[in-house]
Ligand binder design. Sequence first.
Ligand code: GDP
Ligand code: IMO
Ligand code: MG
Length: 427
Amino acid sequence: MISVILGTQWGDEAKGKLTDYYASKADITVRFQGGNNAGHTIVVGDETFKLRLLSSGVVQGKDVVMGNGMVIDPQILLEEIGELRSRNVEIGNIYISERAHVIMPYHKQEDEILEELKGNQKAGTTKRGIGPCYSDKVSRLGIRFVDLIDEPVFREKLKIVYGIKKKFFESLGHEMEYTMEQILAQYGAYAEAIRGYVADTTVLLNEAERSGKRILMEGAQATHLDIDFGIYPFNTSSNTICGGVCTGSGVPPRSIGTVLGIVKAYTTRVGTGPVPTELTDAYGQHMAEKGHEYGTVTGRPRRCGWLDLMLVKYSHMLNHLDGVFVTKLDVLNGLDRVKVCVGYEVDGKHVDHFPSNMGVFARCIPIYKEFKGWDFDTDKILLEGIGSLPKEAKDYLSFIESELEIPLFGVSIGPKRSQTLILRDIF
Ligand code: GDP
Ligand code: IMO
Ligand code: MG
């Protein structure tokens, strides 16, 4: 049985929190795309975990898989495992796909160089080498984990790629930051440390699924950062939508059961590109401050705005969501009014479908529906249940449900695992 958790906006919807929550019923949790551009936060009691590569199920001691669709920086992975161990987390089995791609030092350098050169086309990347690693995968210049742990193959591939990168960097006026010998030594050591985790995760997941195990797929980034359907070129380099589950882990489409979309109660965006509902006034400041909207990976302030249902509806179309989980509802506490974008207008004309032309998207003016604000006490609601939410907050949630025509699976009203109101299970 396979269930999927996906971000429906621009990331940081609290996918990590919900994956950790629902992981209690799962046997295995899986990351199927992205790399350490992700930052997933899990808060259990007084402890906070910020995961970048391992699936959030690791905190509950579940077996975790890093699928073939991922790009993995071995240094960050080893640091993450080391940190969890030092904090006495009982880690289950970790499996890295043989086919996942390795982020190399030159990918990080290339990310820096290209961002610098791209001018107003830059995405404001996390500079973790994500885009260049995926480019090399598609150009068939990539190094996979199965190559990394096979020393002669690794040496041979690196020699060719290093030569190409050197010429490319020099043509742009840059020297390679590392020599080939340095990379061979450093990555040789990573290979030894990681060898035991590398496996054929596609066979493992398919066999687990056939034997009735519960598998939870944890999306990173979100639909509007998808390489095909996100706001190109201000997006990431992987398929973040539900289709990415299949290509990024090797499970067939028909094996997927529930698909849950995570919807932050407002909009946030790290990086560049248009954000139609962005607020630069006191309402935006309220969201940034109460929601602690600073990037988990880079610490950059996240841009905030009203909930944009145009984004979420498009996500629903692409992912066929079975339901939504609304998060960070508490952050809107204390506002006199709350708005939701229900459509766009360009040059006075209604926009029917989400635009692919960035020039058009940049000129989209949101059409809003306004709601009365609310202010609830999180502890009281947790004690008395979801039914005791103020009428105004319930109206807001019902509106989201009715606009999307799918049920609410629950509401998150605080960062802690315990601050979660559940209506439906994912398995
Ligand atoms: P992810 O990338 O989708 O996993 O989300 P992040 O972890 O990057 O960002 C979500 C942030 O909001 C984290 O700091 C969470 O601890 C926090 N958070 C999650 N759910 C809630 C909530 O319901 N209320 C509040 N106030 N914070 C939340
Ligand atoms: P999680 O999983 C929010 C954004 C970057 C940039 C663009 C491309 O925590 O939700 P990249 O480094 O991927 O080449 O950057 O994508 N971005 C994210 N924004 N949350 C994320 O992950 C993100 N991962 C990438 O800010 O605009
Ligand atoms: Mg995040």
